[in-house]
Write a protein that binds this ligand. Structure first.
Ligand code: DX5
Ligand code: ZN
Length: 218
């Protein structure tokens, strides 16, 4: 595997304590690679979360990149705002647009990493024409909208299929814990997004380490 495909951990702050996000991040900052920010609009998904203002206020508190996961209907409208707020990776869903290449270029032209995400029901074929334009693919292993859901093993074959045709980063999001992490890494994924498993743990550093335990670490 290339250096850029090394295993990375991206804690999803959705399951953190929002009243003390900075402290929650500090506790595991030296054990992880980037912060996963879930942005929901109450339209594409049945939930509402945070916007650029939160990224902007967290930016001075960390050296790590921000990996924003846009679960919103018109991502093109908000790309600039998230970039200005300090995001480094911007991923949006293939299900929301018929012109993903335009949005991917918009992100790339600003010098940021771009990604496409696909829901559990969406086949790899839907993103195939755009793979060359992406830095990462985010494979959802739950239906997007909420943290703390159960991992869907039916999505694992998609990770395997994607790895046979894609050299970029493959990120997996939804129900990742110390068991499912090993399954998705074996299938070819190299970025582990984990929310509930890390932030509901009484020993967060230990939970983070267990994600890659017996797998050569990160
Ligand atoms: C779900 C979000 C995920 C979620 C992951 O819509 O995209 O990032 O917060 O959380 P867990 O790890 O709890 O499934
Ligand atoms: Zn996410």
């Amino acid at each position: 595997m290339k250096e850029k495909n090394k295993i990375k951990i991206a804690p999803s702050l959705l399951s953190a304590d929002f009243s003390r996000l900075g402290e929650e991040m500090k506790e595991i900052e030296n054990l992880v690679d980037m912060w996963h920010i879930d942005v929901m609009d109450g339209h594409f998904v049945p939930n509402i979360t945070v916007g650029p203002v939160v990224v902007k206020s967290l930016k001075p508190r960390t050296k790590l990149p921000f990996d924003v996961h846009l679960m919103i209907s018109q991502p093109e409208k908000f790309i600039d705002a998230f970039i200005e707020a300090g995001c480094d990776y911007i991923t949006f869903h293939i299900e929301v647009t018929t012109h993903p290449e335009k949005i991917l270029r918009l992100i790339k032209n600003k010098g940021k990493k771009c990604g496409l995400s696909l829901n559990p029901q969406t086949p790899v074929g839907a993103i195939k024409p755009y793979l060359k334009l992406t830095d990462l693919i985010l494979v959802m292993t739950v239906n997007p909208g909420f943290g703390g859901q159960k991992f869907m093993p039916s999505c694992v074959d998609k990770i395997k299929e994607l790895r046979t045709i894609y050299n970029g980063d493959i990120s997996v999001d939804g129900g990742i814990n110390d068991i499912s992490s090993k399954i998705v890494m074996a299938a070819g994924a190299n970025i582990l997004v984990a929310g509930n498993y890390i932030f509901s743990s009484t020993d967060k550093p230990k939970a983070v380490k267990k994600l890659t335990e017996d797998y050569g670490g990160r």
